[in-house]
Design a protein around this ligand. Structure first.
Ligand code: UDP
Length: 438
């Protein structure tokens, strides 16, 4: 049973976290691994610090995956066999949900009764499994969608593929079924309420965070050396999965006229991340674009890196550019700012929360390269402006910590547990009044 005396203090003792399509142990920044992996891992660490046992269920993707991995004190990753280890795309996974759900049920059935106090599912595929497990185990389901297909489809990049209707229907079902829904920002709460008809009273806004011990301001000289970037170059950086809706091509298109018009500024574009999704899936496409724009000598590509190496990349950058067409929050923006690097971001989704316009960076309307060139022109021409925004960036980022995110999750969990307890007591009272033995 959950511990805690008052409703507000109800804390689960052990939770099941569902992450069907990607493991929190995977390297983010390529394939299906991105912000959600970081979110799940970092919040699990924070919850475990507070004595909550976290068991993360994910699909096994290699024969070497052990069924249970003790990933960190208090955090267990359960690799569930559901379909072939390799060769399945995220779009193939709806057909494996039954196998995955069965694996989750069997794992729980091997433990003592009442093993989990709560389920937290991430992304709609996990929500489908969570809703079944919730009914079987009689514990609340808290769900985080991370992105909504309907929102993404409303802002598709050229070359991007629309999310299928099946996902929109799946997100509607999970929205109907979950005890509580966690979203990243107030804007997302409004979208969830409007698109899936969820009452605001069932939605909790919890801002994601950044690892403020790893992402700290510092000297980027070593990283510049390693990447072959000269000390006097002005570095404009894209970090993330190379996919159309992240629009790394827009950075190249916006920077090209400046690189040609102002060779004295020594502008370099740095792209760090790996392939994912459709369209721009191969950095080859970006290499070809750089060539077409005549800036291939001013563009550097780097593979995805773990956090310590990524912090170096942020520190080596003068500006980090996040030109996404849609972005539920944008962890990269917060991490970069935590390293004291200003961010130029699209005014979409959660980015206006992640970036304080004019204080920690700049927000740009639309995806017309000219508007982005104008903002990057201002920033590359004015070191004092970059310096001021750098100070603002570090200060702005300090409000986003994973500890605060965990506080928000625990509040949501407490509400979910409390509501379920109250509902169970009401049913018991009704049965007692009706003379049914309880
Ligand atoms: N990331 C990483 N190494 C890389 C590139 C990205 O660890 O080389 C991580 C980055 O630190 C961030 C996440 O991937 O936490 C991307 O999250 P974001 O919210 O920016 O985008 P998403 O992938 O969720 O669309």
């Amino acid at each position: 049973m959950p511990t805690g005396k008052s409703a507000a203090a109800v804390t689960p003792r052990r939770i099941a976290v569902l992450s069907v399509h990607t493991s929190p142990l995977a390297q983010p920044g390529t394939g299906d691994a991105g912000g959600m992996n970081v979110y799940i891992w970092q919040t699990s660490l924070e919850l475990a610090k507070r004595g909550i046992e976290v068991e993360i269920f994910t699909r096994a993707t290699a024969s070497a995956d052990q069924p249970i991995v003790e990933a960190a004190p208090g955090i267990r990753v359960r690799n569930i066999v559901a379909g072939p280890f390799e060769g399945l795309d995220k779009t193939d996974l709806p057909a494996q949900l039954c196998a995955f759900a069965a694996g989750v049920q069997r794992a729980e059935a091997r433990e003592e009764p009442g093993y989990f106090d709560l389920i937290h599912s991430h992304y709609w595929l996990s929500g489908q499994v969570g809703w079944l497990a919730r009914d079987r185990w009689g514990v609340p389901l808290v769900h985080t969608a991370h992105t909504l297909a309907a929102v993404k489809n409303n802002a598709l990049a050229i070359g991007d593929t629309a999310e299928p209707q099946a996902r929109i229907i799946g997100e509607q079902q999970v929205s109907d079924e979950a005890d509580r829904l966690i979203v990243n920002t107030e804007v997302e709460a409004g979208q969830l309420a409007a698109i899936h008809d969820v009452p605001q009273s069932r939605i909790d806004v919890v801002y994601p965070g950044a690892d403020l011990n790893t992402y700290t301001p510092g000297d980027g000289t070593a990283a510049r050396r390693e990447l072959g970037i000269a000390d006097d170059e002005i570095v404009l950086t894209f970090v993330g999965r190379i996919q159309p809706h992240k629009a790394p091509d827009l950075l190249l298109r916006a920077a090209a006229p400046l690189i040609h018009a102002h060779p004295e500024r020594r502008i370099r574009v740095l792209v760090v991340g790996g392939p994912s999704g459709t369209g721009l899936e191969r950095p080859d496409a970006l290499i070809a674009l750089a060539r077409e724009l005549g800036i291939e000598d001013s563009v550097t590509f780097g593979p995805p890196r773990p956090p310590a190496g990524l912090a170096e990349v942020y520190r080596a950058s003068d500006v980090v550019v996040v030109p996404s067409y849609s972005e539920s929050f944008g962890l990269v923006a917060v991490e970069a700012q935590a390293c004291g690097t200003p961010v130029v971001a699209a005014r979409v989704g959660g980015l206006p929360v992640a970036v304080a316009d004019g204080v920690s960076g700049r927000l740009v309307d639309g995806h017309e390269p000219g508007s982005w060139t104008a903002v990057l022109d201002e920033l590359t021409a004015d070191p004092a402006l970059r310096h001021r925004l750098s100070d603002g960036a570090a200060a702005h980022a300090r409000q986003f910590s994973w500890a605060r995110t965990a506080d928000g999750l625990l509040e949501s969990y407490a509400k979910a547990i409390d509501a379920r307890r109250a509902a169970t007591q009401t049913v018991r009272r009704r049965r007692r009044r009706a003379g049914v033995r309880v």
